[in-house]
Design a protein around this ligand. Sequence first.
Ligand SMILES: [Zn+2]
Length: 414
Amino acid sequence: MADHTLAAQVMQRIETLASFSEEPDRLTRRYGTDALREAYAVLEGWMQAAGMTTRRDNLGNRIGRYEAAQPGAKTLLLGSHVDSVRDAGKYDGPLGVLIALAAVERLHASGKRLPFAIEVVAFADEEGLRFSSSFLCSKAVAGSFEPAMLRLTDGDGITVADAIRDFGGDPDAIDQDAYDADSLLGYCEVHIEQGPLLESLELPVGIVTAIQCQDRSTVSFSGMAGHAGTVPMNLRHDALCAAAEFVLAVESLGREITGLVATVGQVAALPGASNVIPGRVTLSLDVRHADDAQCRHASALLRERAEVICAAREIALDWQHLHTTPAVQCSPVLMELLAQAVDALGQPVYRLASGAGHDAAILSAITPIAMLFVRCKGGISHNPAESVTDADVGVALDVLSRSLELLAEKGAAL
Ligand SMILES: [Zn+2]
């Protein structure tokens, strides 16, 4: 099938998958729902039409396998997720599955087999909307699914274990679904960028270098609540003014350090009345950088800054560090293949870090990973306004196809 026809088919299939929703007027597709079941039924048909055998694991992940030229060869994993957030866009997840599927379809149409097998994995839970979990399904594939996760419950009190049973799997057999790391060549995921960088640079695709380190803390400022009319300005210990100074310090450090993003996304001021000086403020701090040390360093600098602000204002500071998720580096070998493919297509090679988490980060525990980002309009995602162009989908598909050929050419080096 010609390139533009395959890209157009990906776009049509995006629309088809988007029609499977739990809600009539917007796209919401949580783990284990009928909407996800219906999406999988259609997807399996497409996989089979592209010359793949299909199977499911206990979590319900759908896997299409395109055999290698020779039996006993290793397997390259491609894919992304098909669950969604509430009131989602159409492309976050499904685009990566459908471009992978189109790349296999192209091989199948030309009767080509590669020196490695390809498995396209469509993960059933990445967003974690139903159980406030994260990466349940890629954890099963990577062998890092913890039994305690089975006891998480959704808004209706249904446990993960029951949802897995209801979805046709056996929660006691999840450890059998983990891939043997020795059988894998790597995992490559195509995904919308979910940020505005590629659009600002007028580039269709970008090669991901790393999935950023994320460091999260809860910071509380305790001053003295008081009457807004009777306490003079020079005698106040206003917790919100200290917090405001800190928020601006977060922004300025984020601008100062290259590659750093730092965000205060939640602020709660107590007692929260228009005529009362705020006595206590609690806020969230999210710091990210592609380099672990830089990320931790930035968080430490901000803590020092908060201490200085609080000392000057006679405010008590309480800093609760929540967690640090280390950065995951993409495979230099796979990144180079993607770069060669981008270059061969006459496109500029651009590398960027991923600010968002992805299934690829979980799979990095068992196999080298790579990601290709596709420009999305306005950098908007997790929103029905998510949008990508046919032309960019065509470029991403060609890059993936060319990368597969390049990987095949490495032949004996595999
Ligand atoms: Zn996603």
